[in-house]
Design a protein around this ligand. Structure first.
Ligand code: MG
Length: 168
């Protein structure tokens, strides 16, 4: 049976919160990505765009899948060698980034550039998720958060074409 989008949406928001990610944290990343391109861009407008991205079903599917894998790894419920790879957040694994691309591409190819940039500098919440403190595993979540920010930034850019066309 096909799940109601509402249920997927609700669960996605719940899981992000449970795993320590506030939507405002993601909005801050969007602000970093777009503030030089859109005059008087506010955190509030960024937040609106983050919320719109999370209303998309393909985004919800990725959130549910990625966070589930993080939690299973944290609880040592995956098989080895995959368990160690995900717990250690091995750089050559790459499936976390591949999965995040299903979010990045939702609003066109600008998202791809934004994602690469934010993944490299890891500001704010991305730095926190990548710190590998305690026994928390955020191998998938960090890419998902970066991808949501990148997609929200693309959505914003498309809504303000005059400036962003020239600069991106
Ligand atoms: Mg990762």
């Amino acid at each position: 049976m096909v799940k109601a989008t509402n249920e997927l949406h609700q669960k996605s928001l719940e899981l992000l919160e449970q795993r320590g990610v506030q939507l405002e944290d993601i909005a801050e990343l969007v602000l970093i990505l777009q503030q030089s391109y859109i005059d008087e861009l506010t955190l509030e407008l960024c937040l609106e765009n983050v919320k719109a991205v999370i209303r998309k079903r393909e985004v919800q599917n990725t959130i549910l899948t990625g966070i589930q894998l993080d939690i299973l790894a944290e609880n040592k419920q995956l098989m080895n060698p995959l368990l160690d790879i995900i717990v250690d957040d091995e750089g050559l694994y790459g499936i976390d980034e591949i999965m995040a691309l299903s979010i990045v591409n939702v609003y066109g190819s600008i998202g791809f550039t934004n994602y690469g940039y934010i993944d490299k500098i890891k500001p704010g919440i991305l730095g926190k998720l990548n710190s590998h403190d305690d026994n928390e595993v955020h191998t998938f979540l960090d890419d998902i958060v970066g991808a949501i920010a990148a997609a929200a930034a693309s959505r914003l850019a498309h809504a303000h074409p005059s400036k962003s066309d020239i600069t991106q």
